[in-house]
Design a protein around this ligand. Sequence first.
Ligand SMILES: CC(C)(COP(=O)(O)OP(=O)(O)OC[C@H]1O[C@@H](n2cnc3c(N)ncnc32)[C@H](O)[C@@H]1OP(=O)(O)O)[C@@H](O)C(=O)NCCC(=O)NCCS
Length: 439
Amino acid sequence: MTEYLSLPIDDESAERMRAGGLRLHLVDTSDGAAFGHWLEADSRGFHQPRPSAESLAAQIRGLADRRTTGVYDDSAADSASPVATVSSWLARLTVPGGTDTSAWAISAVTVASTHRRRGIASAMLTAELRTARRLGVAVAILTVSEATIYGRFGFAPSVFAADWKINTRKAKWAGPAASGRIHMVPLERAREDGQAIMERIRLNGPGEIDLRGHLWDRLFGLAGDPDRKKLLRAVRYDDADGVPQGFAIYSFTQPNPDFSAQTLNVEYLATATDDAYVGLWHYLLEIDLVSTVAAPLRRVDEPMVWQLTDFRSAKKDDEQDHLWTRILDVKGALEARRYRAPCRIALEVSDPLGFAHGRFLLDVAADGTGVVSPLDGEAPDGAAAVALGVAELGALYLGGVSAAVLERAGRITELRPGSADAIDAAFRSAVAPWLSIWF
Ligand SMILES: CC(C)(COP(=O)(O)OP(=O)(O)OC[C@H]1O[C@@H](n2cnc3c(N)ncnc32)[C@H](O)[C@@H]1OP(=O)(O)O)[C@@H](O)C(=O)NCCC(=O)NCCS
């Protein structure tokens, strides 16, 4: 389980860093001082405030099971602090077909502004990809600060998310009535009940990862940031039989001294049933003193929009790429998911970094399982055939991006007519992939 913590640092990137007078180093997360410096450097890299002592202590506890890498410049005035950071762990990624697979989750990629643009991030990223392969992991994932950084490493967006803004002065509920009831609950209680709900729903739609430990505590303001915790309120939805089926965490932003026209921020909302979805959204949209409900990082196709009298009262403030996926092993990745229709597809994958490069034949059986074999020679008669880059395969992987669109954009090439449609018939997910957090 934690083999990834002790796997030695990647030789190739360590050598590259050494040639530039730098040290690529695996941080011992049980060494509080060293890990503390690393965490401070991570905050600095994202231009965030210095973590409080409480937050630092919570992160040292909560992130100890991450593979934590720093780049050190022993000639710097503060040589105990890394000039670059990256952390990673083995996550469970939900893939189409109600199942999941191991994915190498990469986070905290920062390079100090004193050391930028000399290849440090490239060395760290390629080290992460090689480490993932040594561990036998077929897919790497990350969420990104900028959409311009990771394409060069073979990543592409596979999950999109929307920030919704609802004008509650205009929005009137037109959806069904919920059968259960809302309970106000303390954050600790929501955290506990919420975990059980998440375990039940995690495999429902592609794109989600397992949320535990620090990632989970953070949502409830229980990861050591007392200012955040002060702002949060939690409610739980119980069905008519009293069984918890959903919860929401929210906060308020107050623009006026008389408490009016506040914005309610939906910090997190998870539901196991349509009834709980109705109950929680209906509740959130009818709270007094609120004129706007802001719901960031939600599904691009929220059903709630169809449950309001005024379709224009709910708008997308923003919609953008969210989870980026990198295929490292074509056979491992494609055999881990299920498909919507039987098919035969020849894939000529180009990968400048070499991991996924090659020609493959995907055979999908009537039960939706796929088998990938190496393809020598011509694609078999009747098979679809495309040539594509590893990033495009990553975009298609979770079923949220259309091969027909990528073909029209010139990002994949049909080697036989109609092949993009054949990919879409098999690969597309009925539910748009969604990831509910940043990591
Ligand atoms: C993004 C960041 C990690 C890049 O680090 P870096 O060490 O300067 O990157 P590298 O020198 O390895 O650059 C590799 C390539 O990516 C390009 N690149 C790096 N950062 C880029 C950015 N923000 N936008 C576009 N291109 C970028 C470089 O120009 C270089 O291109 P090349 O291979 O064509 O020469 C660094 O700028 C940073 O810490 N930014 C703030 C924190 C952040 O946004 N982290 C990413 C979190 S998801």
